[in-house]
Ligand binder design. Structure first.
Ligand code: GLV
Ligand code: GLV
Length: 329
């Protein structure tokens, strides 16, 4: 008998077809958002789940679904998983690293440039029919090339952004991270390690690429923003909750920093109402990894983790490999 799995959100038809070759699949191609009790109900009797950032897998879900062996997240971030609870219950977790690194770094740079060069603000102006003549300071933004790029969180994506800045735009790149990169990696990225305080003080453009954890909650709040240059831009492609969005909206309104570019939000898909009314912010709906090729690669990797573990006993990108010691798929 094929193992049963739940695919919690709509996916590419090809992904579903591939999963159906190996599993008895309950899908959600109508992309209905389930409540927690509905998720628990649908997980009954399932050995695996294909999840996205919108399904919270916590101790309550795990206790109610004792047959569950694997949750394969179609995302590199996994703050929707209570990883400790999963490990304690012997449930394997996987994510989709690497396949989205360069695509997400591209988007980080796109958002940085849109923010610094005021691209969306100027488009709104044009669409609103306000362009009746040229003005010498019309949408004058801040320089990108040759400026100082600060990166908070120097994982794979942070390193991709550093390389773009250092090698493509002649930027001085500084970073802060829990652990320092090797000298070889620092050289390859053209990046110098500094304290968090120096990063905040020196960056012309600060890009956030760190994972969301209890320790990184509000890593950027009013106190941190106060250290930044009044001409600085802030870009968040990491996770909502890393920035205190209310404090940021206030700082943007008071021009204590020049501008912000945000792809992620506290409590998304809701957006803090004050962010919607300040002009100097570029807002995108969590799309940093969204190219056709990369979303396909992410779906493929999540599916291959399900097949790899539940069919062959070998997941590709486990987050809690310690579970494998005691596990039999
Ligand atoms: C998207 O935010 C991801 O974590 O892949
Ligand atoms: C994610 O892949 C990261 O390490 O930044």
């Amino acid at each position: 008998m094929k193992p049963s799995i739940l695919v919690a959100r709509a996916v590419f038809p090809e992904t579903l077809a591939k999963l159906q070759q190996h599993f008895d699949v309950q899908a959600n191609q109508d992309d209905v958002l389930w409540t927690k009790p509905q998720l628990i109900e649908r997980l009954q009797g399932k050995a695996g789940a294909f999840t996205t950032g919108s399904e919270r897998i916590d101790a309550e879900v795990l206790a109610a679904c004792p047959g569950l062996k694997l949750c394969a997240n179609m995302a590199v971030g996994f703050n929707n998983f209570d990883l400790a609870a999963m490990t304690a219950r012997g449930v394997l977790a996987t994510n989709t690293p690497d396949v989205l690194t360069e695509t997400t770094a591209d988007f980080g740079f796109a958002l940085l440039m849109a923010t610094a060069r005021r691209i969306t603000e100027s488009e709104h102006f044009l669409r609103a029919g306000k362009w009746d003549r040229w003005r010498f300071d019309m949408f004058a933004g801040s320089e990108v090339h040759g400026s100082t790029l600060g990166i908070l969180g120097m994982g794979r994506i942070g390193q991709g952004i550093a390389k773009r800045g250092a090698h493509g735009f002649g930027m001085k790149v500084i970073y802060h991270n829990r652990s320092r990169l090797s000298p070889e990696l620092e050289r390859a990225c053209g990046a110098a390690y500094v304290s968090k305080e120096d990063l905040l003080r020196q960056a012309d453009h600060l890009v956030l690429v760190l994972p969301y954890t209890p320790q990184s909650h509000h890593a950027i709040g009013a106190a941190e923003i106060a250290l930044m240059k009044p001409t600085a831009t802030l870009v968040n492609i990491a996770r909502g909750g890393i920035v205190d969005d209310a404090a940021l909206a206030q700082a943007l309104r008071e021009r204590r920093i020049a501008a912000a570019g945000l792809d992620v939000f506290e409590g998304e898909p809701k957006v803090h109402p004050d962010l919607l009314t300040v002009p100097n912010v570029v807002l995108t709906p969590h799309i940093a990894s969204a190219t056709v090729q990369t979303r396909r690669a992410m779906a493929e990797l999540a599916a291959d983790n399900l097949i790899g573990f539940l069919v062959n006993g070998k997941p590709l990108t486990p987050l809690n490999p310690e579970v494998l010691q005691g596990a039999r798929a």
